[in-house]
Design a protein around this ligand. Sequence first.
Ligand SMILES: C[C@H](O)CC(=O)SCCNC(=O)CCNC(=O)[C@H](O)C(C)(C)COP(=O)(O)OP(=O)(O)OC[C@H]1O[C@@H](n2cnc3c(N)ncnc32)[C@H](O)[C@@H]1OP(=O)(O)O
Length: 724
Amino acid sequence: MAEIGVTLVVGNDGVAVITISNPPVNALAIPIIAGLKQKFEEATARSDVKAIVVTGKGGRFSGGFDINVFERVHKTGDISLLPDVSVDLLINIIEDCKKPVVAAVEGLALGGGLELAMGCHARIAAPKTQLGQPELTLGVIPGFGGTQHLPRLVGLSKAIEMMLLSKPIMSEEGKKLGLIDDIASSQDLLTVSRLWALEIAERRKPWVCSLHKTDKIGSLSEARKVLRTAREQAKKTAQNMPQHQACLNVIEEGIVHGGYSGVLEEARVFKELVLSETSRGLVHVFFAQRATSKVPNVTDIGLKPRHMKKVAIIGGGLMGSGIATALILSNIYVFLKEINSEYLLKAIKAVEGNVRGLVSRGKLTKDKAEKALSMLRGVLDYSEFKDVDMVIEAVIENIPLKQKIFSEIEKACPAHCILATNTSTIDLNLLGEKTNSQDRIIGAHFFSPAHVMPLLEIVRTEKTSPQAILDLMTIGKTIKKVPVVVGNCTGFAVNRTFFPYTQGSHILVNLGVDVFRIDRIISNFGFPMGPFQLQDLTGYGIALAAGKEIANAFPDRTFKSPLVELLVKNGRNGKNNGKGYYIYERGSKPKPDPSVLSIIEESRRFANIMPGGKPVSVTDKEILEMILFPVVNEACRVLEEGMVVRASDLDIASVLGMSFPSYRGGILFWADVIGPKHVFTSLKRWSEMYGSFFKPSRYLEERAMKGILLSEPASSSLKSRSKL
Ligand SMILES: C[C@H](O)CC(=O)SCCNC(=O)CCNC(=O)[C@H](O)C(C)(C)COP(=O)(O)OP(=O)(O)OC[C@H]1O[C@@H](n2cnc3c(N)ncnc32)[C@H](O)[C@@H]1OP(=O)(O)O
């Protein structure tokens, strides 16, 4: 077991080195903060200590304050669990220390980690060290003085950018900005830092207390202008979240009344924000995302992931080319197979377009783009498949075609090769039926565009081997996806959970509610767009095909909306042909198209579900709930059937796969905040009024009646039928 604590070693040079040890990221847990305080006091008091260096063990300075403490505050509501670090440790003990303190920073200094370093009198960093204040992604603001120190070290605009966008910088940029005093190689880091500390003690280097610096702030009127622009920007990019405006207010307090006053205000606001719904949701998402990498009987049985060097992709359409892009961007060789040279050329062009698009948006350098494209080879047969480590089939959703491909790749690929499919609807057992390799067959369900969307749904059957799952999880992480392992059912976990989202919105429209009102309500809730604009974007073909699959699998809760077919019949294909619910014109935002209303009227006549033939009268809140509660209901079924390892996996799937607002914690977390009882009684009422689509599931009913949260793991009295 690695040692957890803080050590102090005094060298012959009179420098005390204080080292934080709390693997894997040296989080500033409560005992670590207490340890730092004690060791600093000891070093200050010792007569043989001339100067102090603070560092982190294991090549990482610190990943910041221990986020587990936020979780404990959320559970208990006890704000006194938060220690006073900004004044007590960072100002009184470190910044006001009679001996100079230098931070020797390596790997990462994030959140409270960077704040600890900024409280020191100088900072020496190893190359490529990440420096950042990501607290806003956890629904809070920096709480150890960062809102005051950072603007004074890097300037107001840059500090605002780093905090509001939670965007870290590298030590090289930090040196240019003045955040870092010098860069030293990993081997020399401590030597350089010790010398630097001694030179400060001897007054040969400046002894800087950054809280008192004013040179980078500019005049009050300049600062106010920068803050005003930032506030306007945050209003657009961070709707429904309080921490962005709060952060700017606290920065302003320090500019107007001085750094110390700013630190006190920061501490007050920090404590308020820790208790906010936003922080509860975002902290939940932080841990939920990390929990997805823990899959019982896969990641806890001593298996080692195998190295995946070469991957073959069959089918270079939208999905195949997107997956190929994601792989080559992470230095994995890809053989992209198509059925003829015309399609192959088109597929390669699509990959090139994806990669070059990243360059033109400044997300990738030209060199890296060329390197990535050199990892791609187009092929027309299976001859190169003899030494690939994984195949991902990404052809159209046609069962006999896919079955034929699986029989062929079973023969063409080596025995260890993983045979994956990107199907979003077809039963995996059916696909592998004609092979003897069911243990290697697995779903690799990417979301479109595959090189952008972060979720990878890994679908396992009862026969898929743990090694294949682990290997796909590993490759998923290599290509910067978040893999969520799920069971094999119609729609798998994500599409299955979210099909009622589209259905619910169609029921509402056919009940007489305005499409654009629905889209507005859903966007205001925090989705990037409403369900109808989303349908315009994804295309109606997919909606029709997926709708049929779902209707076959779950006839009791499918609403057959006439609307999509009517749109297609009227020459509308959504964004594809510039005409859907909205009008799409180059260079301008989509505009609601009034001429779609007559088609909607026709749909309402066909559907004939308006009570008494009159549009229903519903509040905005009811509209939101009539769309999202059926999703919660289906998530309950997915949970009960054991299709996911844990409830929070569905939260991550909803956030990363469906763009459910992360600050609401994901679909089940949100439902638990509202309360299962309210979800249940609402669904029950609507099922009596509007039919079985809304009928509450057994799982939801049971939990609502017993007062148990939906996300609580099944106990012996409420057994889930886990398939995972
Ligand atoms: C008062 C202050 O201003 C407030 C704060 O400091 S709030 C904290 C600010 N810091 C952050 O937001 C950083 C959060 N951490 C990260 O972004 C990433 O973990 C990282 C970049 C540090 C490392 O990433 P990576 O190497 O991929 O490892 P990752 O899987 O994320 O984390 C490894 C483990 O460390 C844990 N961890 C990471 N940062 C942590 C933190 N600050 N507190 C507690 N645990 C943390 C993770 O939960 C995970 O635990 P697990 O193995 O049990 O699941």
